[in-house]
Design a protein around this ligand. Sequence first.
Ligand SMILES: CC(C)(COP(=O)(O)OP(=O)(O)OC[C@H]1O[C@@H](n2cnc3c(N)ncnc32)[C@H](O)[C@@H]1OP(=O)(O)O)[C@@H](O)C(=O)NCCC(=O)NCCS
Length: 288
Amino acid sequence: MINTLVRPADINDHQQLSNLIFFETRLHRHLDWRSPLEWLGAPFYWALDEGGRITAALACPAETVGIAWVRLFVYAGHGSAQDAWHVLWPTAEYEIARAGGATVVAIAMQPWFQTLLAANRFVNRQQIVMLEWHGFASQPWVAREAEGIRVRKMMESDLPPVERTDAASFDPLWQNPLGTLQRAFSQSLFATVAEDTQGIIVGYQITTGGGQRAHLARLAVHPAVQGRGVGKALLSDLFRMLAQQGPSRLTVNTQNDNLTSLNLYRKMGFVRTGEHYPVYTLEVPAGV
Ligand SMILES: CC(C)(COP(=O)(O)OP(=O)(O)OC[C@H]1O[C@@H](n2cnc3c(N)ncnc32)[C@H](O)[C@@H]1OP(=O)(O)O)[C@@H](O)C(=O)NCCC(=O)NCCS
């Protein structure tokens, strides 16, 4: 008889998990600054081990206290999503509860994963919508300034105040801690900050990309100065750099209920592409 157990995945599972992720089509992988393998060794990462062979894995490490994104769910194609989930999830739920509870969140990019979450008490909380900028035709782009605000290139040493701006601006679900912002910065194509006359950072944007494509991955303005044109200034400076340096396609994602950002993007010439993905959440209360 094959010995089947759910156990924490660790760094020794790297090769097996890497094969599972590479070969299996039943894969949910979070849009993340880290690959799922880079999370190995973090808490809340489990493997289904069937006689030494990993046939499924679930990872929801909590990067921000109380928020656990489902960063990986994968299972061998001969099984069913429900079966794999029903084996892995009870351990996950028990351990998350024991560690103080969390909001477990996932962006369901694929219909099978959406069906799975909906069938397992997750609630569709909002949608992620994609927009595309169509302003390249209006070159040369003239950057728009906000009074008393200077937009400049981000430096590594800006990251601690950038993190504070991020934490003050975003709902906890969407906040990025320092380590994640460091990764985002290191993978960026253009990263800028907006600072006031005293040199205090009040906003930032991070854009990734290469070749003809760019993606505005983060944009935030501190609530104390929102509504004064800082967001517009950061965006128009980004457009100016893009117009000078190449990429002809700029996309951005936001939440369908984030009306402030939708207004800003619409005003700045973005249009919705029609692509959207549901965000599912499940509250796991603290327990023993
Ligand atoms: C979205 C955000 C970056 C906008 O920055 P901002 O500096 O306040 O924006 P601006 O002052 O440049 O305003 C630009 C437009 O946004 C819209 N806007 C700004 N504040 C708004 C509000 N409270 N309600 C509705 N629309 C608003 C308006 O259309 C405004 O244009 P207008 O002044 O001509 O009417 C900022 O609100 C923020 O950081 N929000 C939290 C983080 C976030 O949601 N980021 C984007 C997610 S992808």
